[in-house]
Design a protein around this ligand. Structure first.
Ligand code: DCM
Ligand code: DCM
Ligand code: DCM
Ligand code: ZN
Ligand code: ZN
Length: 278
């Protein structure tokens, strides 16, 4: 996701964590405002192209070597690169968060990575190998050329929100408030309980592979079955298409659902971590 997605996910999580979790992470992140999670949500993106942060550039995604739209699926052994992927990174940084023998700055850094990567694993094109997660697929968006990955990271969410694009934190806060209401008492009320079924703090790989497979399924699911898809007619058919119209209408609910889920799951994951540490 772009900044809007990550910051929204962080604000949703802050709306659902237990009070003791809030206190724990406000201490670790040295920020006792309501922005303690949102303020670090994009940090992992800000370091990935720097010299010292380059080690983490592959940690934001897992390249599922499937064959959309015919066949989707992620396989940890097949798809996680030797130098890491979003699933192994969630495992690694979750264990660091739980390791009280580590220096506090290591746990602070681990928190910043976990907050970001729980977001990224919910972006369907962060769980797909085709054209490097869609980066190599040129499409049109309101008449301008963009790549498909960027459309899913940012354009769809920004169009849904409208408003002033420069006020990212305000827009994210507003979107998070709406999605929090949908989870607490609106359209996600019934399904949201199942989003956090079976979270295993002692098995972050199994837990995050469930999230990865769900995201990746949106790369294949077919409009013919009235489920929106990233590639309704396959990757080749989307090249050069204008996506801000009918495609946007189908993609917007998927984006909204994945952002809501990521925020709700991040809260549950941080609760498990803070409980274990107290
Ligand atoms: N940071 C960033 N982009 C943001 C927010 C924070 O790059 N939107 C960075 C600045 C610091 C790190 O995150 O390097 C942690 O910031 P702090 O601990 O001051 O909140
Ligand atoms: N930090 C870190 N790793 C580093 C340097 C700093 O985890 N190599 C932590 C220490 C602070 C936070 O990041 O908790 C602040 O980051 P910044 O100095 O980039 O604002
Ligand atoms: N990305 C991805 N899958 C890949 C390569 C990149 O999901 N195989 C993501 C990471 C960034 C965006 O695409 O969000 C752009 O990456 P880069 O600047 O590394 O091309
Ligand atoms: Zn991305
Ligand atoms: Zn990222």
């Amino acid at each position: 996701w772009g900044s809007l997605g990550h910051i929204t996910i962080a604000y949703i999580a802050s709306n659902f964590v237990k009070e003791s979790t809030e206190t724990y992470f406000q201490g670790l992140l040295r920020n006792d405002t309501e922005h303690y999670l949102a303020g670090v949500a994009t940090w992992a993106d800000s370091i990935r192209y720097t010299k010292w942060g380059r080690f983490s550039k592959n940690f934001h995604f897992i390249d599922a070597k499937d064959d959309p739209p015919t066949y989707c699926g992620v396989d940890f052994a097949r798809d996680c690169k030797a130098d890491g992927c979003v699933v192994s990174s969630l495992q690694n940084y979750t264990s660091q968060l739980l390791d009280s023998k580590l220096w506090q700055w290591r746990r602070t850094q681990a928190a910043k990575f976990v907050i970001h990567f729980v977001g990224d694993i919910h972006q369907p094109l962060h769980v797909e190998n085709v054209a490097q997660g869609g980066n190599g697929i040129h499409v049109n968006w309101e008449g301008h050329e963009f790549n498909l990955h960027h459309v899913w990271d940012s354009s769809i969410a920004e169009k849904m929100l409208g408003g002033n694009r420069r006020k990212t934190y305000d827009n994210a806060f507003r979107w998070a408030t709406d999605l929090t209401d949908e989870i607490k008492s609106g359209k996600y009320l019934t399904e949201s309980a199942s989003w956090i079924d079976g979270l295993l703090l002692d098995d972050p790989i199994a837990t995050s592979m469930v999230w990865a497979n769900e995201s990746n399924a949106y790369v294949c699911s077919h409009v013919a079955y009235s489920t929106p898809s990233v590639f309704p007619e396959g990757p080749a058919a989307i090249v050069g298409q204008e996506l801000a119209g009918e495609y946007f209408e189908k993609a917007a609910p998927v984006t909204e659902l994945q952002v809501a889920k990521a925020g709700y799951r991040l809260a549950a994951w941080l609760d498990l971590i803070a409980d274990r540490m107290s």
